[in-house]
Design a protein around this ligand. Sequence first.
Ligand SMILES: C[S@@+](CC[C@H](N)C(=O)[O-])C[C@H]1O[C@@H](n2cnc3c(N)ncnc32)[C@H](O)[C@@H]1O
Length: 318
Amino acid sequence: MTNRGIGRVERDSMFPIPSASDLRRKRLRTQEAPTVDTMLGNIDLPDRLYFKFANLIYGAAGISLGDARRGLLRSRLSRRIRTLGLQSFDEYWSIVSRQDVLGDEFVEMLDAVSTNQTEFFREEQHFRFIGDTVLPALSIHGRTNRTRQLRFWSAGCSSGQEPYTLAMVVRESLPAGAAWQVRILATDISTRMLRIAREGVYEEGNIMAVPRRLRQRYMDREKRPRGDSYRIRADLKRMIAFRRLNLMEEEFPFSDEFDVILCRNVMIYFDRPTRERVVNRLYEHLVPGGYLFIGRRESLNSLESPFRLVQPSIYVRP
Ligand SMILES: C[S@@+](CC[C@H](N)C(=O)[O-])C[C@H]1O[C@@H](n2cnc3c(N)ncnc32)[C@H](O)[C@@H]1O
């Protein structure tokens, strides 16, 4: 058959020659349908690598990803891999697996998989309890033993709303004029969250739960092109020391004892043995009679620890 003939070949019912549009239709039908993952630009994460990442993260930060958070790890780290100009999870693994928990990329990876959600006056009943019950009791104790020192620890402080709320409540509740020395230690594993916390600037949408009276006393409003923001005043900030701390560390790098520890909505992602270890270590850093607050959805019920329950999510060291 000559080339000239091809254009004129009749479409024959036994050996049909597909037209261009037939071919297009067929290609569309047979092409692998794009999955949601491909459409989102997520990079392939084979099983063997997923479990390596999950083990690495568990060993370093106690965060137990399980199979349920695989999609989260894949989508968040895919973004990170593209930002770094890498092609695959294998390449990314060869970077993070060589770093320790303080390594820059390791920190980025932990940030990508941890949940940092928080807000001012979150679980407000805790702050009411601190203002109405804990502080009056501590201030009587502090006056009688003449220390006039109060020490708080916000462990897992995220972007700072928790320790700033605590600072406002303490300032509002302590007897006027009393010369109390109040220190709040605020720690988190995430350097990104600590940066935001130290800066102490929040958009209007974030401070809705802060009563107007407290906003006026402790925050400065700043005009911004895209809506106002609120800056925590220096005198409130001075009450707080922000530090990076991994709750998984064998020993915490201080010997301080605290009157109150808030470790709320942090251990929720730890497995049971890790929670038990952390809770008992927190216990050692509380004074007798000191309080531990955990998240309202958390409980120490299934853990071996000497804490005594005061009311759901509030415990005391006997
Ligand atoms: C959901 S936020 C809770 C913030 C605040 N406590 C609250 O209740 O609003 C959990 C925080 O725990 C931190 N976190 C997770 N694992 C940690 C670890 N091993 N050591 C210290 N902080 C950790 C995360 O970075 C995150 O900022």
